[in-house]
Design a protein around this ligand. Structure first.
Ligand SMILES: [Zn+2]
Length: 277
């Protein structure tokens, strides 16, 4: 049901809502591995849309995201993430220029640095992964810690969002067990260094230096901390789970860099075989 209504919304938007049903049937809706490429939508109201500027997908953007999904689906863990995100009702990828977040006044604030967002609005029966212009600006950035040629950053961002979709309601990242095994607490010295890395990342991202920003985040995780894939993983348990699992999918070095008790949690709790549940 969710899939067919999403297709109808998309078709109505593509054709300005005025096309006859026989015309609608001829419009091709891009889809890949069970995900519909939908333009951004305005169900959150005019203020939201004035900030976010919903837009359609350019052909090269569809090609990039299709190939990212293929990269993720190239191994068994990646296929599981895709399947589990879809089982949780995420079947749609939407395109906006920018993101916006609800504020205390009941309106929205622009959040121009947000790259991608797993969006859940159960009142309106909407579950989507939304991508902004910031995502596509990172198109040529590759990771330097995951072998040659290294994964594309856009692929990692999409895998990260798919893990959020799998982790709906923080069912895996919000457990006492994950809090215990992920050990996000830092000594005061390390925390100060992490804060400095985050300040540098913000400055680099604002200057469009996405490659340097990503390498700074990864260096801190892989070389300094050694047990988390990136500094971004320190932004709370939800982010840690997404970064750890996205790297297990895309980085051939990630398994040996991840602590055994974290791997055990993933193997026995997150990706437990359905028959053992
Ligand atoms: Zn995240």
């Amino acid at each position: 049901m969710r899939l067919s209504s999403a297709v109808l919304v998309l078709l109505a938007l593509v054709r300005g809502g005025a096309a006859a049903p026989q015309e609608l049937a001829r419009v091709e809706t891009p889809q890949h591995l069970g995900f519909i490429f939908s333009p951004g939508t305005c169900e959150q109201g005019p203020e939201f849309c004035a900030l976010t500027h919903p837009r359609g997908w350019a052909p090269d953007e569809i090609a990039l995201v299709r190939s990212a999904l293929d990269q993720i689906a190239a191994n068994a863990l990646g296929r599981q993430i895709i399947q589990r995100a879809r089982q949780n009702g995420f079947h749609t990828l939407r395109r906006f220029e920018h993101a916006a977040e609800p504020n205390e006044r009941g309106g929205y604030d622009a959040t121009p640095m947000i790259v991608a967002k797993t969006h859940t609005d159960d009142e309106r029966s909407i579950r989507t992964i939304d991508l902004t212009d910031r995502f596509f600006e990172r198109v040529s950035v590759r990771d330097h810690f995951s072998g040659e040629p290294g994964y594309l950053l856009t692929t990692e961002i999409l895998a990260h969002e798919l893990v959020h979709a799998l982790d709906l309601g923080q069912r895996y990242s919000g457990t006492d067990e994950f809090r215990k095994v992920s050990r996000l607490g830092l000594t005061a010295d390390l925390q100060r260094e992490a804060d400095e890395v985050n300040v540098a990342r913000m400055r680099l991202n604002a200057a469009g230096e996405y490659d340097a920003s990503w390498q700074a985040s990864r260096s801190f995780g892989v070389l300094r901390l050694r047990r988390l894939p990136s500094v971004h993983a320190l932004d709370g348990y939800r982010e840690a789970l997404a970064e750890l699992i996205a790297h297990l999918v895309l980085d051939p070095n990630a398994r040996r860099r991840t602590e055994p008790r974290v791997l055990r949690y993933f193997d026995t709790v997150v990706f437990e075989a359905p028959s053992r549940r």
